[in-house]
Design a protein around this ligand. Structure first.
Ligand code: C5P
Length: 404
């Protein structure tokens, strides 16, 4: 699976903090994501973790010394070739040196030579982070365009609790992905994506819903972010985590989703309606819990039609001309193409992603999907059965072609 991290040249600077052991995990995660990771350790970092650890996880040479013959030429080479410089953990001392342009070891020399984006994950103990000197240095670096990730609060090596812990590697990885995706083909574009089920309340403790997990919609949000878009995800309760960088608007009912969508699309480039919106809701919502003693042996729930969100979008779009593109989903079990085509026209869509839900291995709540992507002129692509994230990347690819 290709992400913005794949095939990137990343220099990972590691400085002397106990959080060094987490840097090995980060180096491993970046390597597994397909990056070529060149690690530079400061002397202090090498006291916490050996170069061999990083060499083992990256499969590449690790640099420590400015004064061996490799180091001296390498600083310019590494700095110039890198797509991203990450320093994690970044100590107060290294932050101070970077802020003032000091270059007394291989890492700080490389940082001066680098022309790529720089991302720092500070880690320090006690009051060091809050110290006015550190804060001033951080501000200086931020003004120069350096991105600071963390630190976060929690227990520190000294036993003190406070603000100074390095952000966890998995979260750093998400920040790196976001940073590297920033200049993708959808840079400057705003996408609204809906996902998940809706919940239609019956009384204060019960609701009607469906099995949608939100996986396909969330995968679309990640793929759009990877392509550099600004993404708003309007979603019912999800069974998967929302990707870092997404603006998440949680909703419950179809009515709430409709209102959120109509507001969000006013300045959007595209709407992708992946949510499984309930077609009906209970006609009356009881204010108190419905008791079984209130009922006879049978209970009848009266349902009323929910608004069709795409129909509302179509009406608003005729006036506002936004968004430029609308993609809907269709779950069909028979005559997949014919029903899809008809739905595309009726709902005023530019694209429709049809999944054949008669297949047990694709569609609802599972990890894989298989899609026929239809445009107004006919079939655009047959996207074969694969992970929802790979399906999402392809849908975004075709959408981006239509947007640019
Ligand atoms: O008509 P059907 O429900 O099969 O259409 C599915 C498409 O319509 C999906 O994109 C879904 O998000 C959207 N939809 C909607 N409002 C509804 C029901 C479905 O926008 N009330």
């Amino acid at each position: 699976m290709t992400t913005p991290i794949t095939h990137q040249q990343i220099v990972l600077g590691v400085t002397g903090s106990i959080a060094c052991y987490k840097a090995a995990d980060l180096a491993s995660k970046l390597t597994q994501a397909g990056a070529a990771v060149d690690v530079i350790l400061t002397d202090a970092a090498a006291r916490f973790v050996t170069p061999f650890t990083f060499q083992a996880v990256t499969g590449r040479p690790v640099y420590t010394d400015l004064w061996d013959e490799r180091g001296h030429i390498r600083h310019v080479q590494l700095g110039e070739q890198a797509n991203l410089l990450v320093i994690a953990p970044a100590t107060a001392h290294t932050i101070a040196k970077l802020a003032h342009g000091l270059a007394d070891n291989l890492l700080t020399v490389t940082a001066l030579a680098a022309r790529c984006p720089v991302l720092l994950a500070p880690a320090m103990d006690g009051g060091m982070y809050e110290h006015p000197a550190t804060q001033a240095n951080i501000r200086l670096l931020q003004e120069r365009g350096v991105t600071m990730i963390g630190p976060v609060s929690g227990r520190m090596a000294s036993g003190l609790t406070g603000l100074g812990r390095m952000v966890e590697p998995a979260e750093l990885l998400a920040h790196i992905r976001l940073k590297l995706g920033e200049n993708g083909v959808l840079r400057g574009r705003k996408l609204i994506i809906t996902a998940g089920p809706t919940q239609e309340p019956l009384d204060p403790v019960r609701y009607l819903s469906n099995y949608s997990s939100g996986k396909q919609g969330v995968a679309l949000a990640q793929a759009a972010l990877d392509a550099g878009a600004a993404v708003t995800l309007i979603a019912g309760p999800l069974q998967v985590a929302v990707p870092l960088g997404v603006t998440h608007i949680p909703v419950l009912t179809a009515e709430q989703m409709k209102n959120a969508v109509l507001a969000a699309i006013q300045d959007a480039d595209a709407l992708l309606m992946a949510a499984a919106v309930a077609d009906f809701r209970p006609a009356h919502q009881a204010e108190q819990k419905i008791k079984k003693t209130d009922q006879g042996p049978e209970m009848v729930i009266e349902l009323t039609r929910n608004p069709d969100i795409l129909a509302a979008v179509k009406a608003q779009r005729e006036e506002t001309r936004r968004p430029h593109l609308v993609l809907g989903f269709a779950a069909e079990t028979q005559d997949v193409l014919a029903y899809g085509q008809e739905k595309l026209i009726r709902k005023g869509l530019d694209f429709i992603a049809i999944n054949d839900v008669s297949r047990p291995d694709a569609g609802f709540a599972v990890d894989q999907n298989q899609i026929t992507l239809l445009g107004r002129e006919g079939v655009i692509a047959e996207i074969p059965l694969q992970d929802k994230s790979a399906v999402a990347a392809q849908i975004i690819h075709y959408l981006a072609q239509a947007l640019v």
